[in-house]
Design a protein around this ligand. Structure first.
Ligand SMILES: [Fe+2]
Length: 197
């Protein structure tokens, strides 16, 4: 059976987020990879007698989206914090697409930060909509609830409390969002857009 490989990330010193916090968070990511593989294995085993295992089979099948999307979301998140912070250049394709969708980069950024402040745990997302060739902002509750079909994740900001409370406390959510954009390697996001198009 093919298995999903746990990726390694080169996250260096970050503003606001400690090394310990990032290490613990990467371990959570590892759990998503492990459970994505485990579920596929369990489905294979249970399918050997699908009638007898019908209930168990449907329960593990139901969990797959949670684990798989958790794995992929975290890969985009940690990759975007890897390699050191870089800015969007004036020639950036992503910048011009953002400007054509939202009028200005700052207008988009303000909107995205508002989404990230949504109450509850979840993700603030920027997607490339392959059907209509445009960018979309979205809030995703848990990773399996609300992902946009046929859209590629370009930028994902983890707003589950495990991603920031160790360093910021629950009341520091807003500062975590601000620091995320200080720490962001925009060249990775640019690459994500280029490969999605
Ligand atoms: Fe997370």
């Amino acid at each position: 059976m093919k298995i999903f490989e746990e990726k390694k990330f080169s996250v260096g010193e970050l503003k606001g987020l400690s090394r310990k916090s990032v290490e613990e968070h990467v371990k959570l990511y590892g759990g998503y990879v492990k459970h994505s593989n485990l579920i596929l294995q369990k489905i294979k085993e249970l399918s050997e007698d699908s009638e007898k295992n019908a209930y168990a089979l449907s329960e593990v099948q139901r969990r797959f989206g949670f684990e798989y999307n958790g794995m992929r979301n975290h890969e985009v998140y940690f990759e975007s914090l890897s390699g050191g912070a870089t800015s969007l250049t004036e020639e950036s394709i992503l910048k011009s697409v953002i400007e054509s969708e939202w009028g200005s980069f700052d207008g988009w950024l303000a909107h995205f930060k508002t989404i990230a402040m949504t109450r509850g745990v979840g993700w603030a997302m920027l997607y490339w909509d392959r059907k209509d060739g445009r960018l979309l902002n979205a809030w995703i509750d848990e990773q399996h609830l609300g992902q946009l079909q046929d859209c590629t994740l370009i930028l994902g900001l983890d707003m589950w409390e495990h991603s920031f409370v160790f360093d910021y406390q629950p009341s520091g959510k807003k500062q975590y969002i601000e620091d995320f954009f200080v720490n962001l390697n925009w060249s990775k996001i640019e690459e994500n857009l280029k490969s999605a198009k």
